[in-house]
Design a protein. Sequence first.
Length: 92
Amino acid sequence: MKALTDTSADVIGAGFLGTEIVTLRVTTVGADGRFGTVVLGEVTANGAGAFSTTVTLDNAAFSAGSVHTLDAMGEDNNAAGAFAIVDKVATD
C-alpha cells in the first residue's frame, strides 16, 4: 500500500561538532531480509552541534505502515541513530 501523498517529518539531533555537516539516512529491511538505504539530505549543525530540519519521505520509497531506522552521520564520523515512526494514510 502507498500513502496518498508524500509525507514530511521533523528531525532533530545533537552531539555533533559546531557547524558540522550531517547526512540524514533511512535504512529499511524488506520482508525478504534485503535492506537498502536512502539519503534524505544534509543539514549543518549549529554552533552547539545541534540541528533541526524537515525531510520529505517520498511516497515511492516509503510504504504505509513500514518501519525504518533513521541515522545521522557527521562529516567527522560522529553518528546518532533513532527509530523513525511514520504515520501515513494508506490507500487500497
